[in-house]
Design a protein around this ligand. Structure first.
Ligand code: AP5
Ligand code: MG
Ligand code: ZN
Length: 216
């Protein structure tokens, strides 16, 4: 199964993507996580990406697209994968489509996790993230078993640099301008499905799995 997670910043793409990856045993590929681990490791890519991410702007397509196109060539992706945070622009979507078409392949679903902007601001301010495995928690709605520690891998949790309210606002504007058009793009492709992401995490998850397994 090859799945794209679409949705505004903070809609719950990462939360759902990790649950889906665990359930179906396919890799979770988050461009945001890849950039953050490059920042942490001090790579050239990390240095470049940080300039944009700290301002709530998109990292340029040329730094992003090849990264993903190469990643999905890897052995662990042969039974499918989940893209979280990619594509984020129409040119990225077209490059992905071309790369798959060359192998006579295509994406199966683009899952749009739909949440209103006012809910999103609240979610982001309470988010805690695992810099090691990418899992996300919330100080009220999705607490880890031990405060400050990741349930999945035991790493210490952090606050993301781009979760400051003014940066969140910019990220939401950038989403509206650059990424929201992908909803129409994937509707035209015939693979868009939408879920109401404002409900409980497990209810949203159940909805998505029903759709993916053809029961909805
Ligand atoms: P990225 O890391 O992808 O961030 P984002 O899209 O802004 O999304 P988030 O990770 O903030 O939110 P999410 O939807 O994953 O929500 P989560 O599950 O954590 O990208 C960061 C930056 O990298 C970008 O700004 C850009 O600069 C750059 N970048 C990345 N990809 C790029 C690309 N392709 N092209 C160019 N630039 C790129 O949930 C949020 C919170 O809510 C958590 O605390 C969670 O516990 C909680 N929560 C989740 N679901 C629920 C629920 N149902 N009910 C209550 N709480 C919930
Ligand atoms: Mg995320
Ligand atoms: Zn972890």
């Amino acid at each position: 199964m090859k799945i794209i997670m679409l949705g505004a910043p903070g809609a719950g793409k990462g939360t759902q993507a990790i649950m889906l990856a665990d359930k179906y045993g396919i890799p979770h590929i988050s461009t945001g996580d890849i950039f953050r681990s490059n920042i942490k490791a001090g790579t050239e890519l990390g240095k470049k990406a940080k300039e944009y991410m700290d301002q709530g702007l998109l990292v340029p397509d040329e730094l992003t697209t090849d990264l993903v196109v190469n990643r999905i060539e890897e052995e662990d992706c042969k039974n499918g994968f989940i893209l979280d945070g990619f594509p984020r622009t129409i040119p990225q979507a077209k490059c992905l489509q071309e790369a798959l078409k060359e192998k006579n392949d295509h994406m199966d679903f683009a899952v749009n996790v739909d949440v209103k902007a006012e809910n999103i601001i609240k979610r982001m301010s309470g988010r805690r993230a695992c810099p090691n495995c990418g899992a996300t928690y919330h100080i009220e709605s999705s607490k880890p078993k031990v405060e400050g520690i990741c349930d999945r891998c035991g790493h210490e949790l952090i606050l993301r640099d781009d979760d400051k309210p003014e940066t969140v606002k910019r990220r939401l504007e950038v989403y509206d301008d650059m990424t929201r058009p992908l909803i129409d793009f994937y509707t035209e492709e015939g693979i868009l499905v939408s879920v109401d992401g404002s409900r409980d995490i497990n209810v949203v998850f159940e909805d998505i799995t029903k759709i993916l397994e053809g029961k909805a």
